[in-house]
Design a protein around this ligand. Sequence first.
Ligand SMILES: Cc1cc2nc3c(=O)[nH]c(=O)nc-3n(C[C@H](O)[C@H](O)[C@H](O)COP(=O)(O)OP(=O)(O)OC[C@H]3O[C@@H](n4cnc5c(N)ncnc54)[C@H](O)[C@@H]3O)c2cc1C
Length: 465
Amino acid sequence: MSEALDLGAQSAVGQALIAELGGEQVLLDEDVHNRAAGIWRKEGIKACVLVRPRNTDEVSRAMKICHAHDATVIAHGGLTGLVHSADTQPEDVVISLERLQQIEAIHPLERTAVVQSGVVLQTLQEAVAEHGLIFPLDLGGRGSCTIGGNISTNAGGNRVIRYGMTRDMVLGLEAVLADGTVVSSMNQMIKNNAGYDLKQLFIGTEGTLGIVTRAVLRCRAQVDDQPTMLVGVESFDNLVQFLRHVDQGLRGCLSAFEVMWNNFYRLVSTPPASNQPPLPQDYPYYVLVEAIGADNSLVEAVLAQALEEGLIADAVLASSEGQRQQLWALRDDVEQTFQHAPTFVFDVSLRIPLMEDYVNEVDRRLGEAFGEFKNFTLGHMGDGNLHFVVAVGDGSDAARETVERSIYEPLAEISGSVSAEHGVGLEKKPYLHLSRSSAEIAVMRTLKQALDPKGLLNPGKIFDA
Ligand SMILES: Cc1cc2nc3c(=O)[nH]c(=O)nc-3n(C[C@H](O)[C@H](O)[C@H](O)COP(=O)(O)OP(=O)(O)OC[C@H]3O[C@@H](n4cnc5c(N)ncnc54)[C@H](O)[C@@H]3O)c2cc1C
């Protein structure tokens, strides 16, 4: 297709969207490019049109028009995703869910919330708290990421060990297919085995099968006690035993087990970082433990026993809400790694007993390839999930590929996953085959073909259709 025709087609879909939804809902060209492509990105959004519908019906009408024009469509939530799954091309139409902001209902008795998909995670957390509930999903991007983005990436975060991933907190949802069909599956019950569980098609599929517009979310009862502690540990072996110890000792209350390797802890507790080190900076490992619902005396007893048995070397238990937040602020301050930019961020999962050898192997490969490097290591270790922020080289594609191979290739040998919780997007697409068999990828293609035969929704992400 010639460029002139291409541009003509773009403006035709823009004009048709304006005619259908009104000019206020539709941004074109410069108004689109002037918006940042991600919360940590400087460049603007590359797309010809950005639509801001207010409800499912408007999303459906927008999709019908895009379908009729064969326009490719990318859904945008809070743009906090870390694997380039919301990236656009100049000819794309963006459907931003930013105006789907309504919390439609909160049901304290059933412990559910009914929301539009553009609601920001933190807004929902705060809203349900007023009704004596928690929405257990929690992650560093909470102030910007949206429920629709959380669902589409099946976000994990800090409390998976207790409450599972986003998938485990979605009872029902509503989604719009590529041709504009609305699939309303707003189930409100915990149990519903009446046929296929269609919501799963839209959870963790990164906007490639449909656009999520509403959801019914499962909350939990709020409890006052949230004992939170930071612990220094001398060896990985002790770390694993300590995990087992707190899991048993805290009687089902363990809600986070977040490990920081020494280099990450030092970074986030040394200026220019604003946080002070609550424990000395020379332990090889630090772990942030949270136990929602446990009382302090139980936690103190569990810690005392761990100290006595030599599983841990040191510990500080938060004695106020302010201190609790300070401990979490250390773990959340991933942005300190920007001091060492260019950096590459990774999110992998593997069996816990294999972690120490795996991290050593990654570091060995990085050392062999680059000599000098920094690999800030942390993770939701209780879930078998590690993050690396690797600072090395010049940020070039060649450097990235070498780092990626150092991290992903040893994973394949131990049946780990190239994506624990961030998704695949464009970034991990070349490595999907290391974690999924060809039969699995073939079924993914079949689903894509069935729901979006024209290949219009988020094309080229996860795999090539
Ligand atoms: C500081 C920080 C910490 C983070 N920590 C974690 C963490 O601990 N665990 C974790 O899992 N992730 C984490 N993330 C990644 C990110 O926050 C999550 O992936 C989040 O769920 C994305 O939500 P979003 O609204 O920003 O989605 P976006 O970035 O806007 O989009 C992500 C993907 O979802 C699609 N999408 C968005 N909305 C919809 C919709 N309504 N319907 C269909 N598709 C849609 C997009 O097309 C894209 O493919 C972190 C990010 C940051 C910046």
